[in-house]
Design a protein around this ligand. Structure first.
Ligand code: HAM
Length: 422
């Protein structure tokens, strides 16, 4: 056994080497483009939160089994955020008097959950959060679900690649109430429903029998069962029809969808890959009209969703849609005939950088042939050797490494060539 420290990351989290981070950044860039086009503004916060923020407000499973909580040196209980929604609610409540509602906000935080690492599930992931705060009603619901759909379409996804399952907490609550359930019993039933896909039908009906004699889902399917159920169901089906009319043709009503968080009050939805290789939800969200008021004041209605980077990357990969990650890579390798040419090469690189070029300068005393090999290994497409001759003649020979083709050109033309990507 060696006592050297391990080079592996902590279990269930990832290191992002530059090529990996470039892929992440390419995904985030696409998301930001779409969100800004829709008038959403980016915000951020620390991953450290007071533990009380989550207690009794979010999800029993997440708080009691999945949070990273510790004591700080001042004996305060601190939690690494397992999700962004409580932070969002806290921030909105903190400045509710100063801000113009509705707010259209997004963020791409890293969030932490102590889960069993497996495909699509890690202990730290980046989660795009998109929320519309201060707007009640179906138009806001439609905007958020359309936006979720547009995000996937912006990566090139077709409607047949994913499905949007939609339900309503208000409908489920009406059904629970018609079945005679109240308060804690309703919450227990919703928690059970949330776990249904992990149980056998026999296990589920036994557990349901322990909570209620009447099956709330059967009441939802039976249109005549209660006026509340009928009106909530109508409202939800109307929203789905509006979505279809506005270009979202893959939203379906799924009365079994609950979502694991206690704070949802209205419409809830999840998006799934239609390819069974990726069985986990890509997005999850819903309306949470009472969360902001937990910090005092009148309720502020809100709706939003989270989309995880792990499941998104699996989805994009499965459908051949991962965006190209070459955008930020160096374009040009400046080689130096001798180490004494490095200062002049750096100065020349500075002039190209000012014009937007991405330039990598050799720092070794290796032979030019080896520097070319190094450029190829690094995947840098262009190579120029820059020494005293080039500095005095103001012309260079540019080698396109993919083809081996070489071309002489005046240095004044280089910035334009780099901008054109050649
Ligand atoms: P959530 O369903 O817990 O919702 O997470 C949203 C998405 O984050 C999931 O659909 C999945 O893509 C990803 N995700 C969740 N846990 C993990 C994990 N352990 N590893 C990898 N990816 C994961 C929320 O967190 C809500 N706060 C979303 C929200 C925003 N609701 C309203 N606004």
């Amino acid at each position: 056994m060696s006592d050297l420290p391990s080079t592996d990351p902590y279990k269930g989290v990832r290191d992002f080497y530059p090529a990996d981070w470039a892929k992440e950044m390419a995904m985030f860039a696409r998301m930001r483009e779409v969100l800004r086009a829709w008038g959403y503004e980016e915000y951020n916060a620390s991953p450290l939160e007071r533990a009380e923020l989550y207690e009794a407000k979010t999800s029993e499973e997440i708080v009691s089994e999945q949070t990273y909580t510790f004591m700080d040196r001042g004996d305060r209980r601190v939690t690494l955020r397992p999700e962004m929604t409580p932070t969002l609610a806290r921030m909105v409540a903190g400045k509710r008097r100063e801000m113009p509602f509705p707010l259209r906000w997004f963020s791409i935080p890293n969030v932490f959950r102590y889960e069993l690492p497996q495909k699509g599930r890690l202990r730290e992931h980046y989660q795009l959060n998109v929320d519309l705060v201060g707007a009640a009603g179906s138009e806001a619901d439609v905007e958020i679900i359309r936006l979720a759909s547009e995000l996937l379409k912006a990566f090139g996804a077709k409607e047949s690649d994913f499905i949007i399952r939609v339900n309503s907490r208000a409908l489920l609550t009406a059904a629970c109430s018609a079945a005679g359930l109240k308060g804690e019993a309703t919450r227990a039933y919703l928690r059970l429903l949330d776990k249904r896909s992990k149980m056998t039908p026999g296990e589920f009906s036994a557990a349901q029998g322990a909570i209620t004699a009447r099956d709330p889902l059967a009441l939802i399917n039976d249109a005549g069962s209660s006026p509340d159920i009928a009106s909530e169901k109508r409202a939800l089906l109307d929203t789905i029809e509006t979505l279809t009319a506005r270009g979202v043709g893959n939203a379906i009503f799924d009365p079994t969808l609950t979502r694991g968080f206690d704070y949802y009050t209205g419409i809830v939805f999840e998006i799934f890959d239609t390819n069974p290789a990726n069985p986990r939800a890509l997005f999850g969200g819903g309306r949470f009209d009472k969360l902001v008021a937990l910090f005092g004041g009148d309720p502020i209605p809100a709706i939003g969703f989270g989309m995880g980077d792990v499941t998104l990357a699996d989805f994009l990969e499965t459908h051949g849609l991962l965006p190209s990650d070459s955008d930020g890579k160096p374009q040009l390798y400046l080689g130096t005939p001798s180490a004494s040419d490095i200062p002049a090469a750096q100065a020349f690189a500075d002039t190209l950088r000012k014009e937007g070029g991405r330039v990598f300068v050799n720092l070794s005393d290796r032979a030019l042939g080896d520097q070319i090999k190094d450029a190829v290994k690094r995947g840098i497409p262009l190579f120029i050797a820059y020494g005293a001759n080039e500095a005095s003649s103001r012309t260079v020979r540019m080698k396109v490494l993919a083809t081996g083709e070489e071309q002489g050109l005046p240095v004044s033309e280089l910035p334009a060539r780099l901008r054109a990507g050649s």
